[in-house]
Design a protein around this ligand. Structure first.
Ligand SMILES: C[S@@+](CC[C@H](N)C(=O)[O-])C[C@H]1O[C@@H](n2cnc3c(N)ncnc32)[C@H](O)[C@@H]1O
Length: 469
């Protein structure tokens, strides 16, 4: 996909929207008591800037670009306030949120009552995106249905926590110089959960510096969903419409004129990375994004990372482990959700972390021998799994049935995604083999493996490298 092909698909209704009846009436009724602002929900289209500088030093910033940045910031602030007001309308929102953060402090709370609202905004952002980047093609795979599935990941703290942990690890490993702005690339923002958690983690280590995440995704549905989620969580963003705009934005960052934000790029990883200057990024992060590259494509992207990253830049990549899948036993899961303490005590006494099905599945990943067995998890009893069990238990105890069903659905979707994606995934730990070749060909250690990686749940894995120029 290039920055500039005609978009050729009619918008379809989101399956998530049709499956989940909207909580609209409830919201409208309570809105009567405290009237909230009528939703604006419009976001300006950035100007197409084609003017070229006479030379790099006398870079002129197009006045339309400055005007757009001011206007889009105002619009996003209004939207953030609207979401804040909607949250206030939800009975007990603060209590739910604080309970959730006690169970899962490092992730993100999303109240499923706002799901419908969010889906409406995503549709609007998608329409605007078509005007901004007239040309994105809807993909066969990362289409609206797939991004909806990814959006559902956010209702399940067990799904979110590994991305949160890898974002924390990535942030801790960054080498920052002086007070220069913190510049990061993200490969594959998906629905925006990882982008949001990465932004929050960068804030913790930025130490007063401005910070920019340059997120790249080839799916327009992913970009539109990420825009909406960033508005929901109060993070500013700019959509990069073309290369000239990208250059002028870089200039504004250099001169300290642009506030911290996410810069959203629609396109392939290699195509977009190519457009950035050399020695630009402190780090490149990808949670389940670059994992969908083939080995050949990965080699190309790694070579770009070594060029576009600064000396000492880091690259972190999470993926599924294709030799595991989940088919959790519903009765046991239900017992765990109803009686989390007792069931944990029993499973601990039996020294059980995972129980696998007696018979495994056939391996479908070309990265492992054909006769390898895929282990099927039936019961889990580990720290990260406790998050969803404890959250579900809280929802049961407080009779929040609709939220419970959404959480349960999110868990099923996650299991389904693990099963369906496992044959396509490039396992992160096999990147060792790829970088070994790169290092050998370069006759030096271009990529050096990072230590102390987080200990993920068994069906996920991560790896990180530091670039030596
Ligand atoms: C599983 S999702 C990532 C989800 C997100 N990082 C998270 O963990 O919440 C993978 C995303 O990567 C994008 N993607 C996959 N291959 C890509 C490529 N070669 N170039 C650009 N985007 C790609 C897809 O469009 C999709 O949105």
């Amino acid at each position: 996909m290039t920055e500039g092909n005609p978009y050729d698909r009619k918008e379809s209704i989101s399956p998530l929207a049709s499956e989940c009846p909207p909580p609209r009436r409830e919201l409208q009724e309570s809105a009567k008591e405290t009237p909230i602002e009528e939703p604006q929900s419009t976001i300006s289209v950035p100007p197409i800037i084609n003017q070229k500088p006479k030379n790099e030093d006398s870079y002129q910033i197009a006045p339309e670009l400055r005007e757009y940045i001011t206007r889009t910031k105002q619009e996003q602030t209004l939207e953030q306030e609207r979401f804040n007001n909607l949250r206030k309308e939800i009975p007990d929102f603060e209590r739910l949120e604080s309970e959730f953060y006690q169970i899962s402090p490092n992730t993100l709370f999303f109240d499923t009552k706002l799901q419908d609202e969010i889906l409406e905004v995503i549709k609007k952002r998608f329409e605007t995106l078509k005007q901004i980047i007239p040309g994105a093609k809807t993909l066969d795979f990362w289409n609206e249905t797939e991004i909806d599935r990814m959006f559902g990941k956010g209702f399940n703290p067990t799904s979110l926590v590994t991305s949160a942990e890898s974002a924390e690890w990535f942030s801790a490993k960054l080498e920052l110089d002086g007070d220069e702005p913190l510049m990061v690339a993200e490969l594959g923002c998906g629905a925006g959960w990882s982008t949001t958690m990465l932004f929050r983690n960068l804030e913790k280590i930025a130490d007063g510096r401005k910070q920019y995440i340059n997120s790249i995704d080839m799916s327009p549905h992913a970009i539109a969903t990420t825009q909406t989620l960033l508005e929901y969580y109060g993070i500013s963003y700019i959509i990069i419409a073309n290369n000239e705009q990208r250059k002028q934005i870089s200039r504004l960052i250099q001169t300290g004129e642009l506030d911290s934000c996410v810069l959203l790029n629609l396109g392939n990883f290699d195509e977009i990375l190519e457009k950035y200057p050399e020695d630009y990024f402190h780090g490149i992060y990808s949670t389940h994004g670059s994992a969908y590259l083939s080995e050949k494509e990965y080699e190309k992207v790694l070579s770009l990372i070594s060029k576009k990253g600064k000396n000492d830049a880091i690259f972190v990549a999470d993926s599924l482990n294709p030799l595991y899948t989940n088919r959790l036993s519903t009765p046991i899961l239900l017992l765990q959700m109803l009686f989390p303490k007792v069931s944990k005590k029993i499973l601990n006494a039996l020294d059980v972390k995972y129980i696998f099905a007696r018979k495994g599945l056939n391996n479908t990943s070309k990265y492992f021998p054909q006769n390898s067995e895929v282990k099927v998890i039936r019961i889990f009893n580990e720290e990260r799994a406790d998050l969803i069990i404890n959250w579900a238990n809280y929802l049961i105890r407080t009779l929040r049935i609709k939220r419970l069903l959404e959480t349960k659905k999110s868990l099923s979707v996650t299991m389904d995604v693990v099963e369906r994606y496992r044959s396509d995934v490039f396992p992160s730990t096999q990147l060792n083999r790829v970088v070994k070749n790169i290092n050998m060909n370069a006759n030096k250690t271009v990529f050096e493996e990072l230590t102390n990686k987080p200990d993920f749940t068994i069906f996920l894995e991560t790896i990180g490298f530091r670039v030596n120029k």
